[in-house]
Design a protein. Structure first.
Length: 224
């Protein structure tokens, strides 16, 4: 009696291919648009799709009703994802009769690839926030809003989304909006990632067969 078996196997370590992970990120100390004119302080610029690292910093800034110290921004895309952060100290803003100040502001955002798919996270830190002379209790919750006479301030503004293969996250520590007049973001971090997918390459599969023979003169079972 002859028994046969045929198996289809992938070549170990060769049949599975993985698309490259792609990166994107950016961080900014301050981005202000007032009456249609935009000014940017400590902007990393966007990461290339291949990843890498970018940073920008400024020791002091004082212009157009804004002042701040030790402004820093960085974004890094490597390994499993992208991570960005921005921070500054002793910030103050005077705008359309409003005053805003804080001793420290920071934002961070990350987008990483995991076995469960893309994961995003982020948060911010706002210390000693004072708006128009009134101390504001920062809750830490996303998108906390402080109304102004005209406009609003959003604390820990967060916008994020994921798909099966991508994830993106943006966090702004402070976002001052005065409709038709000003749009000022202080400490902004953005991160996104495209996760490579594994796929089996049919050209790397092979067929193998085997079996055994019974009924030999010795009564033993022979393999082939």
């Amino acid at each position: 009696m002859v028994l046969l078996g045929v198996l289809l196997w992938p070549v170990p370590g060769a049949a599975w291919t993985t698309d490259a992970t792609t990166f994107s990120g950016q961080a900014t100390g301050v981005r202000a648009t007032v009456l249609g004119i935009t000014a940017v302080v400590a902007d990393t610029g966007p990461l290339p799709e291949s990843g890498g690292a970018r940073e920008a910093s400024l020791l002091n800034v004082s212009a157009g009703g804004l002042s701040a110290e030790v402004v820093h921004a960085s974004t890094v895309g490597q390994g499993d994802g992208t991570r960005s952060e921005a921070s500054l100290a002793s910030a103050s803003l005077a705008l359309e009769g409003n005053t805003v100040s804080a001793t420290f502001l920071a934002a961070r955002a990350s987008a990483v690839c995991t076995d469960q798919g893309p994961q995003i996270s982020g948060g911010s830190e706002v210390t000693d926030l004072v708006v128009n002379g009134q101390s504001i209790a920062v809750t830490g919750a996303p998108n906390q809003t402080v109304p102004l006479l005209v406009g609003s301030i959003i604390i820990n503004e967060q916008k994020g989304s994921t798909t099966a293969t991508t994830g993106e996250m943006t966090v702004n520590a402070l976002h001052v909006l005065i409709p038709g007049v000003a749009d000022v973001v202080i400490a902004s971090a953005h991160a996104d990632v495209g996760c490579g997918q594994k796929a089996c390459d049919p050209s790397k599969e092979f067929v193998t067969g085997g079996g055994w023979i019974t009924g030999t003169p010795s009564g033993a079972r022979a393999n082939f």
